[in-house]
Ligand binder design. Structure first.
Ligand code: SF4
Ligand code: SF4
Length: 350
């Protein structure tokens, strides 16, 4: 596939041009402390260098917090009619970091696994991804290299690597090629040596690391089902579910039917995010709760990331090391610290 050089100063102009053709989302400041993937407009401040991880990951644009799945109503004969609601809007997610890029790939595996989720597919198929490499860890919370997402680039349509005052822009799909326009792009005949050089210039180690290789973690965690570590790491937990809600690889949901009081035959089915750290998540009909205690919920969450989902959908980890859960947790509980404790020999634990 082709590669180009794009001067960094030309990049915001390029994104604004794309935004005139279709919705483009890019990480932008929102309020005093937060960053969010917001729609790009003519006057948007677009900074490729001064990046902070967004509170909500870009992949959630494909799986919104609240969405209508279908509407129902009676036909002329009084028989029920169901009208699916799908969102086929073509959009560009730009400035996607490798950890979030990998998270979108993992969500593709989940939602395309039979039975495929048509609502996810309707959003995902027309979505183009412009990813950008990380020259340094985003902050002290990140551990993307430790879980194998730092070098992820598979599902990007365009992949940008910052090198000096330019971006090396590698085209990885036809959808990506269609975004190359104008005189700002200059062909790069051989991208490989530049990419290798940029990767070699990154800090080593890159972010936080585990003491054991990734492929051993699932067995390490599974062997400690009864460990007191689970209890120790939820002592301050409020069971608020924020860690789930900001996670790019959490996708659990609940559904409810909303119908009018005057005519309950008219209404809609709505899907909303749910969270396994919430106390009533595992409650079933009759009132039994399979995970009534926070320690059990935390263990379930960690097993999902490092054991259950990797076994079902492939890969070593369904945690991409973005650090969001630790950053947003009101009690400063960090999944990395939990794994670190589980992975350490018992005699060296604090
Ligand atoms: S965000 Fe923190 S306090 Fe809230 S449920 Fe998750 S671990 Fe517990
Ligand atoms: S578990 Fe935490 S660090 Fe891992 S992907 Fe989810 S939010 Fe990111």
């Amino acid at each position: 596939m082709d590669a180009f050089w794009l001067h960094k100063e030309a990049a915001p102009h390029w994104l604004r041009g794309l935004a005139r053709r279709k919705p483009v989302f890019f990480p932008q400041r929102a309020g005093r402390s937060g960053w969010r993937f917001l729609a790009v407009h003519e006057r948007s401040e677009l900074s490729f260098e001064d990046y902070h991880p967004t509170i909500v990951p870009p992949g959630k644009k494909l799986l919104p917090a609240v969405e209508t799945l279908f509407r129902f109503h009676p036909d002329d004969a009084g028989e029920p009619v169901i009208e699916p609601v799908v969102d086929p809007t073509s959009r560009i997610l730009a400035g996607v970091r490798p950890c979030d890029l990998k998270a979108i790939d993992l969500m593709d595996r989940v939602h395309r696994h039979p039975p495929e989720d048509p609502h996810y597919r309707a959003r995902r198929d027309p979505t183009t991804l412009i990813a950008i490499a990380c020259p340094h860890p985003c902050d002290e919370r990140c551990f993307c290299e430790a879980v194998g997402s730092l070098n992820w680039r598979g599902n990007a349509d365009l992949f940008l690597t910052p090198i000096g005052d330019s971006f090396l822009v590698e085209v990885q799909s036809e959808a990506g090629a269609s975004l190359i326009d104008g005189e700002s792009f200059h062909p790069c005949p051989d991208a490989r040596p530049h990419r290798i050089q940029a990767e070699a210039a990154r800090p080593k180690p890159f972010g936080r690391q585990f003491p054991r290789p990734m492929e051993h973690l699932a067995a390490t965690i599974a062997a400690q089902w009864s460990s007191p570590i689970w209890e120790r790491h939820v002592q301050r937990c409020f069971s608020c579910g924020s860690c789930n809600l900001v996670c790019p690889t959490c996708y659990c949901f609940d559904t409810r039917d909303e119908s009018g009081l005057t005519n309950p035959q008219y209404g809609q089915r709505v899907r909303t995010w749910d969270a396994c750290m919430l106390p009533r998540f595992a409650e079933v009909a009759g009132g039994h709760n399979f995970r009534p205690l926070p320690a059990g919920r935390q263990r379930h969450r960690v097993e999902r990331k490092f054991d259950y989902l990797p076994r079902r959908f492939g890969d070593h980890s369904f945690c991409v090391g973005c650090g969001r859960c630790g950053r947003q947790c009101t009690a400063n509980i960090d999944i990395f610290s939990i794994i670190l404790d589980l992975a350490q020999p018992e005699e060296t634990r604090s």
